[in-house]
Design a protein. Structure first.
Ligand SMILES: *Cc1c(COP(=O)(O)O)cnc(C)c1O
Length: 359
């Protein structure tokens, strides 16, 4: 039996489809290949992937091999998607890639060696154009192409890279990475190319190439890390009020007297906490939505949080929106000092999950 006071996580697949259409329009002719790592940014790779397939997506990215296997199982034989695994190929993993028909994204010379040793297969090549985290150095890519046999047996279907500062359109790092990508891509003249995640998709035509790889903007996160009116909230987290209290001047609220009260303050205690994904660091700067207005988030504990409600009509059991259309993902992330991606993947396994719209 569910808890009477459970937080509720609503995942709106119609909003997801809307965001996919926005990205498709922005990508112009480029393919939109959703990134569904970390269980579809915590929202369920299977229902999200099935809906995006229905919306026309045919290529997908995940991080781990096991995520690729799970997504393949969800798609089944009737939906022959191309599924790229960003971790690439490790020694001994080739049979699992073959069994689930997954395409490794190779990011290092040892991975390329492992793929060659395993026999002919389709792969993607990841180039480090200046993010520094992952990928072949451009010189390594050049040496591979110039040798006659170092890519033999590998069908390189995609050359890709990843931007480190795509959310800042004016950052010169973007043009530096673009230049390096163009130079490296020229080594593979017949191969499809991909540079951009959500943010880069909105950087204009130079950054789109053949395929874009959005994650966060499919789920409503703005490409500039601020709310974007074109995108809809996919995840809505709400929780019921447990109690309504009036605090008096001189009172202290929460552990370590975190909040000192200097004027009479009416508050609601809400049945959600950092267990449910409301990051504790959002206290003070965070906002919730209740009774038609934005409310200040005063403290966040493990299972409870407290918001200020002024003179709003309120009763135990009334739901407070902690994340959603009226409590934007990017604002909560900014208040918590993090990115929208982290907010989503930390959303509760405890909350009651409700999917809206067809999968
Ligand atoms: C996570 C990831 C993406 C998607 O990034 P978003 O910012 O969520 O759009 C795309 N490409 C790679 C290589 C990634 O790791």
């Amino acid at each position: 039996m569910g808890d009477p006071a459970a937080a509720r996580l609503t995942i709106d697949l119609d909003a997801l489809a809307h965001n996919h259409a926005v990205l498709r329009a922005e990508a112009k002719g480029a393919d939109v290949a959703p990134v569904l790592k970390s269980d579809g940014y915590g929202l369920g790779a299977a229902p999200v992937g099935l809906r995006l397939w229905a919306e026309g997506a045919r290529s997908f990215f995940v991080a781990r091999l096991s995520e690729g296997e799970a997504l393949r199982a969800a798609f089944g034989p009737d939906r022959p998607a191309t599924i790229y695994v960003l971790d690439g190929l490790t020694e001994g993993a080739a049979p699992r890639f073959a069994a689930a028909n997954l395409t490794p994204v190779l990011s290092s010379l040892p991975q390329i060696g492992a793929a060659q040793a395993a026999g002919p297969m389709s792969v993607a090549l990841n180039i480090d154009t200046g993010m520094g985290r992952q990928g072949l150095a451009p010189d390594e890519a050049r040496a591979l192409v110039q040798s006659t046999d170092r890519l033999r047996g590998l069908n390189v279907g995609l050359v890709m890279s990843h931007l480190g500062s795509g959310a800042e359109p004016e950052n010169p790092r973007n043009t530096r990475q673009l230049t390096t990508f163009l130079e490296t891509k020229a080594l593979f003249p017949k191969t499809r190319a991909s540079l951009s995640a959500s943010a880069g998709t909105f950087l204009g035509p130079d950054y789109r190439f053949d395929l874009v790889r959005p994650g966060i903007s499919l789920f409503g996160g703005g490409p500039r890390e601020t709310p974007d009116p074109r995108l809809k909230a996919v995840a809505t987290l709400s929780a019921p009020i447990l109690d309504i209290r009036t605090l008096r001047p001189g009172d202290a609220l929460g552990y370590g007297e975190s909040v000192r009260i200097d004027a009479t303050t009416r508050v609601a205690v809400v049945a959600a906490g950092y267990t449910d994904g409301v990051i504790r660091a959002a206290k003070g700067a965070g906002r919730a939505w209740f009774a038609g207005a934005v409310r200040r988030l005063l403290i966040v504990n493990m299972d409870m949080l407290v918001i200020e409600i002024d003179d709003a009509d309120a009763a135990p059991g009334d739901h407070v929106e902690l994340l959603g259309e009226n409590a934007p993902l990017d604002d909560l992330a900014a208040a918590a000092g993090t990115v929208a991606h982290e907010i989503l993947v930390r959303l509760s396994r405890r909350a009651e999950r409700i999917y809206l719209g067809e999968a």
